[in-house]
Design a protein around this ligand. Structure first.
Ligand SMILES: Nc1nc2c(ncn2[C@@H]2O[C@H](COP(=O)(O)OP(=O)(O)O)[C@@H](O)[C@H]2O)c(=O)[nH]1
Ligand SMILES: [Mg+2]
Length: 310
């Protein structure tokens, strides 16, 4: 039996697709429910509509979504914090999922992420905290989001290479990042879509002097390993391993330091007392140094091994 829906129904359905908030969506769904003729032919549709309505009602009533859209303080975890920012639908949630091997809500309609979602990305032997944020709009930035941005070691500004609005997406993002002393990596997502090559060239022409740029497809898993490495390089950390005197090197968890940090910083990160009592240090660095005696002021590099003598 055909559904025979009136034109007003399709008109409402179209508005539903464009609706930007859950509240608005719910209102339109109720309207569609009222318009829909209730007979055998619409049985299936009625069921679907009812299910959608009850899902949205539930979402709205979640106190965490309504009262405070997200908390002020996400504890820092891992070697660094990377924040994903971008216009709606650019693929932020999808990228978070791919980088952290988790699944969170990824939807075809914008504004899915209403509070920051946190995940940990593994890179070699460290973990990096990633935060997915609510989509950026023309509206003034939420001060709580600003706080999260300021606490980041790196911002991934995500844009949609398949979208004709890619330059607007860039400008919205850059406007929010203005005067926020943070490092930015531009991630052009959806390189699988038509038109993406041209858009990438345009982005390069306009922004490559100011920002590093990488292009990926979260959907087709292209460029993901490169993105992980790039993130690692941009957060400017080094890993230093310790070795106990007189024992063979047993690679454990690295000490995480900033580029430019010294032997003393490595010792301090173990314990303040330890650093005070430090007499000398031996260092291994690839094929270059094999147990060389170094001073507290020696600048360390990624993957150095140190042996503290107190
Ligand atoms: N073609 C294509 N679609 C993608 C890609 N990444 C994400 N999407 C889709 O884009 C839509 C929005 O993704 P989502 O992660 O929810 O975007 P967000 O609003 O920025 O969090 C979803 O339908 C995704 O499946 C991609 O690399 N290629
Ligand atoms: Mg999202």
């Amino acid at each position: 039996m055909p559904a025979n829906l009136p034109p007003q129904y399709y008109e409402a359905e179209e508005r539903y697709r464009r609706a930007r908030t859950i509240e608005e969506k719910l209102r339109i769904l109720k309207e569609m429910w009222a318009i829909m003729p209730k007979h055998k032919g619409t049985d299936k549709l009625q069921g679907e509509l009812k299910a959608k309505i009850s899902r949205l009602k539930k979402e709205i009533s979640k106190p965490s979504l309504r009262k405070k859209s997200y908390s002020f303080h996400i504890p820092k975890q891992g070697a660094a914090r990377v924040v994903l920012l971008g216009a709606p639908n650019t693929g932020k949630s999808k990228i978070l999922n791919v980088l952290t091997n988790t699944t969170s809500e990824v939807a075809d309609y914008p504004f899915t992420t209403r509070e920051p979602l946190v995940g940990m990305m593994s890179f070699e032997d460290i973990k990096i905290q990633l935060i997915d944020t609510p989509p950026l709009t023309e509206e003034a930035i939420d001060p709580r989001l600003k706080e999260i941005i300021q606490s980041a070691d790196l911002i991934l500004l995500i844009v949609d290479l398949g979208s004709e609005e890619i330059l607007e997406q860039m400008e919205i993002g850059l406007k929010k990042l203005k005067e926020q002393n943070v490092k930015v990596l531009i991630v052009g997502n959806k390189e699988d879509l038509p038109g993406s090559k041209e858009h990438r060239e345009i982005l390069k022409d306009l922004y490559k002097e100011r920002f590093p740029l990488i292009s990926i497809s979260a959907k087709e898993l292209k460029g993901i390993e490169e993105l992980k490495r790039k993130i690692y390089e941009k957060i400017d950390i080094i890993r230093v391993y310790t070795k106990a005197p007189g024992k063979a090197f047993d690679k454990g968890e690295p000490i995480i330091l900033r580029k430019g940090d010294k032997v003393l910083d490595a010792a301090l990160s173990i314990h303040k007392d330890f650093a005070h009592r430090l007499k000398y240090t031996r260092m291994w660095r690839g094929n270059k140094f094999k147990g060389k005696r170094v001073e507290k002021e020696e600048i360390l590099e990624d993957k150095d091994i140190v042996e503290f003598h107190i």
